[in-house]
Ligand binder design. Structure first.
Ligand code: NAD
Length: 291
């Protein structure tokens, strides 16, 4: 039987609608709208597109979105000064520094300079620690969006066996923490995991966050399992064109899985929607503290 396709575009639209309502309620109570400030250093072409999309998405839900473009030659001290200015600005609820940064800037140092309460990407060690100790935290957008997709698909996580393939700080590790917080039994797999295919085939939930085109095959999937494909890979076609595929061989896996996300149109649209949700959450938390 063919799997239910989890429609990330529609669910992201629903999240944006919720945020829009939340922003208007926030404005009625506090007399201002939440503010999201995105910093882009340099001209990395995909980052230019991503940051413009983030600013535009913010404006569409009523958040004050602002993109700060800094030249490639920006020094670390200049970037830190920008972060300090935004940190001190009361109208700013979320600060996002688009990665990757130019090589002469130390990413860790700069990310540490963002106050945890404005860290809408959820990368600050304080937020990482809060998530892993079960406290309220700003959580990285892509794994939080993936969790929402599982919830919207009605997947029962309590007691489920879940595998997260990939152990990055941005996706794999926070995803594992989120699943754990929902009472799943979680396995984290990575490039050194042995018998990954066999292990995967015993799992009720599979999250693929690797960056390898169509690595997860149909015989890796337990019949009826829920499959979330975080991967985004561009593959060249015979006619010289290219197309996007995930880490999961979608056409064959959808014949075995119970529910599955497509690429594109699965996890991808969720990331920006959750960024907006995180910005609203940060604004509300800051308003509570200053009340
Ligand atoms: P990463 O390169 O930081 O991490 C990849 C992980 O995969 C590593 O932990 C590595 O151990 C593991 N890995 C590599 N080869 C493996 C193998 N053969 N078997 C098992 N594990 C293996 O990547 P990332 O930032 O976590 O991103 C993963 C994928 O998700 C990429 O395709 C990326 O483009 C995509 N991504 C999508 C979104 C989105 O919005 N949809 C956001 C972030 C990342």
């Amino acid at each position: 039987m063919s799997a239910r396709i989890i429609d990330g575009k529609a669910i992201a639209e629903k999240v944006r609608g919720e945020v829009k309502e939340g922003v208007s309620a926030f404005q009625s109570t506090h007399g201002r709208v939440p503010g999201l400030d995105v910093i882009l250093v340099g001209e990395h072409a995909p980052s230019v597109v991503y940051t413009r999309n983030k600013e535009k998405a913010a404006l569409e839900v009523g958040i004050r979105g602002r993109l700060h473009r800094m030249p490639e030659a920006t020094t670390q001290a200049e970037l830190l000064a920008m972060v300090a200015a935004l940190s001190a600005d009361e109208s700013v609820d979320g600060i996002l520094i688009q990665l990757p940064l130019p090589k002469h800037i130390d990413e860790r140092t700069v990310l540490l300079a963002i106050p945890p309460e404005k860290d809408v990407d959820g990368f600050h060690p304080i937020n990482v620690g809060r998530l892993s100790t079960g406290q309220d935290a700003l959580v990285p957008c892509t794994p939080l969006g993936s969790l929402r997709l599982l919830d919207e698909a009605g997947v029962n996580l309590k007691g489920a066996n879940a595998i997260v393939i990939g152990r990055s700080n941005i996706v794999g590790k926070p995803m594992a923490q989120l699943l754990l917080s929902r009472d799943a039994t979680v396995t984290i797999a990575h490039s050194r995991t042995s018998n990954l295919a066999g292990l995967c085939a015993t799992m009720d939930v599979v999250i693929a966050a690797v960056g390898r085109a169509e690595m997860v095959k149909a015989d890796w999937i337990k019949p009826g399992a829920a499959v979330i494909d975080v991967g985004i890979n561009r593959i060249e076609l015979a006619d010289g064109k290219s197309r996007l595929v995930g880490d999961v061989a979608f056409a064959e896996c959808k014949e075995v899985a119970g529910a599955i996300t497509p690429v594109p149109g699965g996890v991808g649209p969720m990331t920006i929607a959750i960024l907006l949700q995180n910005t609203l959450m940060a604004a509300k938390a800051r308003a509570r503290v200053s009340a």
